[in-house]
Design a binder for this molecule. Sequence first.
Ligand code: PLP
Length: 392
Amino acid sequence: MVTILPRIMLKLPVYLDNNATTPVDPEVLKIMLPYFSEQFGNAASRTHSFGWAAEEAVKQAREQVAELIHADPSEIVFTSGSTEAINLAMKGAFEAYASKGNHIITCLTEHKAVLDTCKHLEKKGAEVTYLPVNEEGLINLKELESSIRPTTILISIMMANNETGTIQPVREIGTIAKQHQILFFTDATQAVGKIPVSVTDDQIDILCISAHKIYGPKGAGALYVRRRNPRVRLVSQIDGGGHEKGMRSGTLNVPGIAGLGKSCEICRQQMNREASRISALRDKLENALTQFSPVSVNGCINHRLPNITNLAFAGLPGNKLLTAINRTIAVSSGSACTSANPEPSHVLKAMNLDDELAKSSIRFGLGRFTTEEEIDYTIETVTKLIQNPGAL
Ligand code: PLP
């Protein structure tokens, strides 16, 4: 499958779908491997050295995750990823705060993991306000504040969007939530590791992380749950041996957790350098392609993740364009979780794109291992397709 082009030594296909998932960093893999073999202990085995070694790995990972988001290690609950963490956060808060109210505020451009959890909760009696967004994908803070009711228990607004990279005004949202004594949960799956995140500065009460978006393994993630001012209560959604302070039972995925910890550590150390290198490549790609009149950027250019550009190719048939690009470049039309669905993206539609333009939009997601040669190749390939749409 892998083709080598001798002239530029470029390895095809090029991977530009890093918002769907990322490859595991070799340094991360190295840390994980012993926990599959020699150090295979159960982190809950308290009486022998196998258990102690596993427990030590989990402890270190808890510290590494906490440090990246400016939390305390005791506030980290390990999960299988963000989807599970989101379910625990939202369903857990809904049950724990039922005596206070049943109203949740979220927004139309959230990931399906949040939107589908809201739908589930609506069947259980929740009332959910879905805030609209403007053409850049941003919510309106006045609208947020005016939608608060005496029964509002949770504000759930993502930090950065997975399709456009648009970053919401999280600090302002945190301040509003605090003023009204409402819990603030943010899905930071795409933001953590790419931009600085501080649960302290941004007054975030609950936040989710996924390892496979930050060069860690699939099947590992975490939920940050504030322990002070206020102490957040969540009703567990998986019951059993009382692991993770009773919030998430089940034998811990020690290799995955060790990998998540290492991924967080590498991101913390490399974030600034990596963000400037990757955003320069992203800008090169974006500037080259937006020279052509049908091409425009979806999302908020000034408040955006460094690694993403979502481009609308007006007038070009979206499906055919994607298929043509996908011959040698892995990109997607949006969320991987809904890519089997031919419907136009709910995110782009909420941003007021018509169905046609939403279907003609493609997400380019760069990453740690993206090279300049790959970006040059992408510019060349996509340019040819734009200039010769009849061949699509
Ligand atoms: N939230 C966002 C914004 C995402 O991009 C994703 C993954 O695509 C998820 C949640 C789900 O994460 P996971 O794959 O860890 O369940």
